[in-house]
Design a protein around this ligand. Structure first.
Ligand SMILES: Nc1nc2c(ncn2[C@@H]2O[C@H](COP(=O)(O)OP(=O)(O)OP(=O)(O)O)[C@@H](O)[C@H]2O)c(=O)[nH]1
Ligand SMILES: [Mg+2]
Length: 227
């Protein structure tokens, strides 16, 4: 966290129902040969639908409206039942462009972004990130998850972001900024580890290749418990 920053004058704590869920599906899927990753099937449904349903089922009712950020096959994404918005900035500017798009189109004071390629994301994500930003009066909370049995590492596309940071993110992108870490370093940001003994070790499993999709399909034959 950037301790030197004072709480933002327009800061207010997130409340249940006051967080827009944003599925980030605007990437190019290069490691999948350029196909539209969010529309690939996992357990019989598109990856983006898994992410959307897990947002809508978040414990505590934190998530109100949801939207999808996508840049291709917009009609296919619209069929999943929520508004779909392409990037508000040109040039495949990366996940921050999707986050900005979510902030621009959300009507709530907070947004929670998740990637389209983590279909087992935790059902207490919103609750734990909301508790963390509230305790710290922070503007951003990021999830961190253990990787390969090691210490938790930030998973910065799982982000709870205050809408009052929209202008700052827009300016960062306009000045050529692309790295999430570089932007969050300028925010009051808390990192929330998901490494409790009862946390699902597969919750942040991320699919970038077709072989990873196949492997998770096989390994995940038993659905992770709904919490
Ligand atoms: N809106 C938007 N989202 C993006 C962009 N690039 C990546 N993302 C999203 O950021 C998240 C993490 O990106 P990756 O896992 O690298 O996905 P990707 O870019 O489709 O895949 P690769 O091209 O293989 O890296 C995913 O949810 C992507 O949809 C972009 O230019 N715009
Ligand atoms: Mg990925």
């Amino acid at each position: 966290m950037t301790a030197a920053l004072a709480p933002h004058p327009h800061w207010s704590a997130p409340v249940p129902g006051g967080v827009t869920g944003v599925v980030l599906a605007g990437g190019q899927g290069r490691r999948m040969g350029g196909i539209d990753k969010g529309l690939q099937t996992f357990r019989g449904a598109p990856l983006a639908l898994h992410a959307l349903l897990r947002l809508q089922r978040q414990r505590g009712g934190w998530i109100g409206p949801c939207l999808i950020n996508a840049n291709r096959h917009l009609a296919a994404y619209e069929a999943l039942g929520v508004p779909v918005w392409p990037d508000v900035v040109d040039g495949s500017a990366g996940p921050l462009a999707g986050m900005l798009t979510g902030l621009v189109h959300a009507a709530t004071p907070w947004v929670l972004t998740v990637p389209c390629d983590s279909p087992l994301l935790p059902l207490d994500l919103a609750e734990r990130l909301a508790q963390a930003v509230t305790a710290a009066q922070a503007d951003v909370a990021l999830a961190a998850a253990p990787q390969d049995g090691g210490a938790p590492r930030p998973q910065p596309v799982f982000a709870l972001i205050g809408a009052h940071r929209l202008d700052d993110l827009q300016a960062f992108l306009q000045s050529g900024g692309r790295k999430i870490d570089a932007w969050t370093a300028r925010q009051r940001c808390v990192v929330v580890p998901f490494d409790r003994p009862d946390d699902d070790p597969m919750a942040f499993a991320n699919i970038n290749t077709l072989s990873e999709l196949q492997a998770l399909e096989t390994a995940g034959a038993v659905p992770s418990p709904a919490r």
